[in-house]
Design a protein around this ligand. Structure first.
Ligand SMILES: Nc1ncnc2c1ncn2[C@@H]1O[C@H](COP(=O)(O)OP(=O)(O)OP(=O)(O)O)[C@@H](O)[C@H]1O
Ligand SMILES: [Mg+2]
Length: 483
């Protein structure tokens, strides 16, 4: 029997827990959260050492998955997991799509799932944003009838494909990933059932290791279920909790000007718009580029690209006098692609109707989304005000603006930038907003820097992870390097 020291996910109490062959269930003495423990052959948690300098971060996005690795040398490197599976998005991204054939004999993930689904092939399930199941409490829903495969299992299958992508890029087996600390990013969970959602998320991660390496076999509903079922998972831990906007900020706030700045990151993804605020300092220390201090609780607003997709389809539907069921289904399947085309060309033609980007901007749903995001932003500023006020009123090195960086696939959306771009009030003082475009320090990247930021920043070592205590400001390492 061996005891393991872990930190309770819910209340941060340090617990010493025995891991044994049998499944054991413990309760945290402080918050009573249930913790399941068991050693299983090849179980990631039982065998994973946290005392490693090798860190892997998987950015488990609603629309796609990206990953980066950082070794002892301190440089984060994006992994070409998209290339490994011929992804249609880019070299670094696996689509987060899941497709199950009508018979259930074929369960596909990533690019294979997306391409089958977009063809409109008959299916039992086709989902392009399965991550939403986590917060909408659907994880234990069965896919076929009243037993067998659940939505939680499917998410593990999808994540397993990302692990296989990592393995291909690193030339390792899944078992050999034990030499890395594995981190998986997530948004700020809704307050309701936060601890439970986190445990479910960790179970998905643990289960993803049980499926093993890609052997080239066709995965069916039975084979996927039998791989996961019967292996009880422990929770999977990493030393830091990778919350998406914090990871993105660690990567993107990399300027080297000798100044104190008030920075806000806004990550616009497919499922969520995530925000966090920081004070950024540039200390005069050799090889250290800046310090980043978190000054508010990060927030996630569950409105982003997916909502825009639906609104584009609504606009088409409202304009089209008669549309048959099959055409509507195909439109809905292609909604993300149609929306991206609308942003690219400012107009689209579908089922004989034209929709302009200006019409989307004017829609009530989009206005409501913008207003919710603006409200979240103002709440974040309000929460940061006590920490930032002394610098706003200082006579030297005064903070006189809010520097905002947008990240994520939706980082360039004009109506969101416009709504954030207006000045804010901090204890009666009005500060202008300065929206800064992120500048990549890398010569070449396999995907846009905006979309890789979470995966890259998520590999930041523990010691550099931002803290809220101003006195113990963390150091964020030098980033002036090129791949
Ligand atoms: N040029 C563009 N204009 C507008 N939206 C875009 C553009 N390119 C991509 N998107 C949208 O950005 C979103 C994907 O962004 P990203 O990859 O950052 O999200 P994600 O990480 O998968 O989701 P989340 O972080 O919410 O879980 C999708 O909704 C996609 O359609
Ligand atoms: Mg994201």
């Amino acid at each position: 029997m061996f005891n393991e020291e872990i930190t309770c996910r819910s209340c941060d109490t340090l617990l010493s827990i025995p891991f044994e062959d049998e499944l054991n269930i413990y309760s945290c003495p402080d918050c009573n959260i249930e913790i399941k423990t068991q050693i299983k052959n090849k179980h990631p948690r039982a065998e994973f050492s946290l005392h490693t300098n090798k860190i892997l971060c998987i950015d488990f996005g609603t629309s796609s998955i990206r990953a980066s690795v950082r070794d002892n040398d301190g440089i984060p490197i994006p992994l070409e997991i998209g290339e490994a599976f011929n992804s249609s998005i880019d070299k670094a991204s696996i689509p987060s799509a899941i497709f199950i054939s009508a018979s259930g004999d074929e369960v596909l993930f990533g690019e294979d799932a997306l391409s089958q689904g977009l063809k409109g092939k008959e299916s039992h399930l086709f989902e392009i944003s399965p991550k939403k199941w986590i917060v909408s409490n659907q994880l234990e829903e069965f896919i076929f009838g009243k037993a067998g495969l659940t939505k939680s299992h499917l998410l593990s299958g999808l994540l397993n494909q990302a692990l296989n992508g990592l393995c291909k890029c690193l030339g390792l087996t899944i078992f050999e990933l034990k030499n890395y600390e594995i981190r998986v990013s997530h948004p700020v969970w809704n307050d309701k059932n936060k601890a439970e959602v986190m445990l479910n998320f960790e179970k998905i991660i643990s289960d993803s290791f049980l499926i093993g390496n890609d052997s080239g076999e066709v995965i069916s509903k039975h084979s996927l279920f039998s791989k996961i079922n019967g292996h009880l998972s422990t929770t999977s831990y990493s030393s830091v909790d990778v919350i998406e906007p914090i990871a993105a900020a660690l990567e993107l706030f990399n300027n080297s000007q000798n100044s104190r700045e008030f920075c806000v990151i806004i990550d616009v993804g497919a499922g969520t718009t995530d925000m966090a605020s920081f004070i950024s300092l540039t200390p005069d220390v050799h090889r250290i580029k800046r310090k980043l201090i978190r000054i508010s609780e990060p927030i996630s607003i569950y409105k982003a690209g997916d909502l825009i997709d639906n609104e584009v389809i609504n606009l088409i539907k409202n304009k089209c006098k008669s549309i048959d069921k099959a055409s509507l289904k195909l439109l809905s399947i292609r909604r993300r692609q149609i929306k991206e085309l609308l942003f690219k060309d400012s107009r689209i033609f579908e089922v004989n109707v034209e929709v302009k980007l200006s019409e989307l901007n004017e829609s009530e749903e989009i206005k409501k989304m913008c207003s919710d995001i603006k409200q979240g932003f103002e709440a974040l500023i309000e929460q940061s005000s006590a920490q930032i006020l002394p610098f706003v009123t200082a006579s030297n090195h005064r903070v006189d603006q809010v520097k905002v960086i947008f990240s994520g696939g939706g980082s360039k959306i004009k109506f969101l930038r416009d709504v954030i771009g207006k000045s804010v009030l901090i204890s009666g003082k009005r500060l202008p907003i300065s929206i800064i475009d992120s500048v990549s320090p890398y010569r070449s990247l396999p995907a846009s820097y905006d979309r890789l930021a979470v995966a890259l920043g998520g590999t930041t070592p523990d010691d550099d992870w931002p803290v809220t205590e101003y006195k113990t400001a963390p150091i964020t390492g030098h980033r002036a390097y090129f791949l």
